[in-house]
Design a protein around this ligand. Structure first.
Ligand code: MN9
Length: 288
């Protein structure tokens, strides 16, 4: 399960329906052009928190059907509706997903005992492995080193998608749990995480820039930090422009420009304005 995983985008029609053919095109683009090792399906980047249970299942099914055995698949099934999480975990497992992942439960300011119960209840209800999805900036939920230790006592909890700029905590987790899998979550900080010996990365920008992420990872593993830094620099020039222009909209605009029908974002996310679209095309021309 090491390597570069794209946090897969979902293609929607202008009316907000799932665009199946567009979704398949995004998958193929990731495998053929970006050459990533796997896909992380129905994460933040997939607009997961704006779609129904039925639609999540549909997406899991389409992606597995398109990928087959060509890449590893992680199903993000986290939901504060724990019954939904368990249902989706079993659904994705039956489809053949290699692991499941769940965002930390958010909104109600759950305490650690509740978070602990959430992960153990979900993973003990399914014959699969769990990757914790930690993204404190969006959930408000922080897990400290001791708490990671308690969660990792369950051997079915195999790792974490670490989307935080806390390199002190990241280094401590790496050191304390050498056999757990750590994925770097912020693409713009990937080299720094790779130097700390993470096992891979999961990111939104890999939908367009997966090849550079693969290079950064390979170079860092071979100790070629100078070369890796140059590629991270170009990557970050690209990411800065994407973030300034609207993250998901711009990624979709770039894919569209590349001939991939990434479609629209789902409301309440806005869709690209004409100016943003033009900028997305300029970014694609300059960097991709
Ligand atoms: O999961 C992604 N996080 C979100 C990882 O989309 C919330 C990242 O890949 C970021 O989008 C990316 C840009 O900040 O690093």
């Amino acid at each position: 399960m090491r390597g570069i995983f794209t946090a897969l985008m979902t293609s929607f029609t202008e009316n907000g329906e799932i665009n199946e053919e567009g979704l398949r095109e995004i998958v193929r683009h990731n495998l053929d052009q970006c050459q990533v090792d796997g896909l992380y399906v129905n994460g933040s980047t997939g607009e997961n928190f704006m779609i129904s249970t039925q639609e999540k299942k549909q997406i899991f099914k389409i992606v597995k059907d398109e990928v087959g055995e060509k890449a590893k698949l992680i199903a993000q099934i986290g939901s504060i509706n724990i019954k939904e999480a368990i249902e989706l975990a079993n659904y994705a497992t039956d489809l053949g997903y290699d692991a499941i992942s769940a965002v930390t439960p958010f909104y109600y300011q759950f305490d650690f005992d509740e978070i602990y119960d959430y992960y153990n209840t979900i993973i003990n209800s399914v014959d699969n492995k769990m990757i914790i999805y930690s993204i404190p900036a969006l959930t408000g939920v922080n897990i400290n080193l001791e708490q990671f230790g308690k969660l990792f006592e369950n051997e079915k909890i195999i790792g974490v998608k670490f989307t935080a700029p806390d390199f002190f905590l990241l280094e401590r987790i790496r050191h304390r749990f050498p056999n757990k899998i750590i994925y770097s979550g912020f693409d713009e900080m990937f080299l720094s995480a790779a130097v700390l010996n993470v096992d891979g990365a999961i990111g939104s920008t890999f939908n367009i820039n997966g090849q550079r992420a693969k290079q950064i990872f390979q170079l860092a593993q071979n100790g070629k930090i100078e070369e890796a830094r140059a590629i991270q620099k170009t990557t970050n020039d690209l990411i800065s422009e994407v973030l300034d222009n609207g993250l998901y909209q711009t990624l979709k605009g770039i894919l569209q420009y590349k001939g991939v029908d990434a479609g629209y974002c789902r409301k309440p996310l806005k869709s690209l304005t004409d100016n943003q679209k033009k900028k997305a095309e300029e970014i694609a021309e300059e960097y991709l």
